[in-house]
Design a protein around this ligand. Structure first.
Ligand code: AP5
Ligand code: ZN
Length: 217
């Protein structure tokens, strides 16, 4: 199965994708994580993407598709994927259809997380992650059981993203509304869209998503 998680920055795509990954044995493919990996590794794609990401704008379709294609051909991905943060433009959605068709596959469902913009600024500004395993936390909404110690791996180094400040989040929200939100209609038109209210408690939203994903696995 191939599932898409659509939603603005802070909607909980990464948080929920990681929970679905554990529960259903699917592989989370986050173009944001892939691009941050390329930036950290100093590859050509990473060099081109760095400043664009720090400004909160969208990286070019060409670069995003190049990093995604590499990952899509890795053997572990055969189990099925949760696409987190991709596609983000009409051109990416069309390229994805073509990439999957080449592999005899298709999109089974596009799940849109329905949230309020203003709340997203607080969510993103308070976010941090474990440097060792990538588990996500939040200053208010999701603290580790022991302060500063990762629940998942015991790591004690936490990091914050350079684009997680209130000003850049506004730019990212604008990019979402202008370029990505139109994809909701794209998937609705082909009967693949499911809208999920995503303002409440993390576990409640996870239960809603699991019920939907369960019908496709
Ligand atoms: P990307 O990494 O994809 O970031 P994003 O879409 O802005 O999404 P986020 O990671 O900010 O949010 P999320 O929805 O995953 O929320 P999370 O679960 O962490 O992209 C970054 C940049 O890379 C882009 O700006 C662009 O430059 C580039 N890029 C990436 N993909 C691209 C593409 N396809 N094309 C072009 N450019 C691309 O949750 C947020 C916080 O809230 C966490 O702290 C979490 O603990 C907390 N939280 C989660 N759920 C809840 C809840 N229900 N209640 C309270 N708190 C919650
Ligand atoms: Zn960890």
């Amino acid at each position: 199965v191939n599932l898409i998680l659509l939603g603005p920055p802070g909607a909980g795509k990464g948080t929920q994708a990681r929970m679905l990954e554990e529960r259903f044995g699917l592989v989370q493919l986050s173009t944001g994580d892939l691009l941050r990996g390329a930036v950290a590794a100093g590859t050509e794609a990473g060099k081109a993407a760095k400043a664009v990401m720090e400004a909160g704008e969208l990286v070019s379709d060409e670069i995003v598709l190049a990093v995604l294609k590499d990952r899509l051909d890795a053997p572990d991905v055969a189990a099925g994927t949760i696409l987190d943060g991709f596609p983000r433009t009409a051109a990416q959605a069309e390229a994805l259809d073509a990439l999957l068709a080449e592999r005899g596959q298709t999109i089974d469902a596009a799940i849109s997380l329905e949230v309020e913009d203003e709340a997203m600024i607080a969510r993103v500004s308070g976010r941090y992650t474990c440097a060792a395993c990538g588990e996500g936390y939040h200053d208010q909404f999701k603290q580790p059981k022991v302060a500063g110690v990762c629940d998942k791996c015991g790591g004690t180094e936490m990091k914050r993203r350079p684009d997680d400040n209130a000003e850049t989040v506004r730019t990212r929200l604008e990019a979402y509304h202008a370029q990505t939100a139109p994809l909701i209609d794209y998937y609705r038109a082909r009967g693949a869209l499911t809208e999920v209210p995503a303002m409440g408690d993390i576990d409640q939203i996870a239960a809603r998503l699991a019920a939907i994903v369960g019908t496709h696995t």
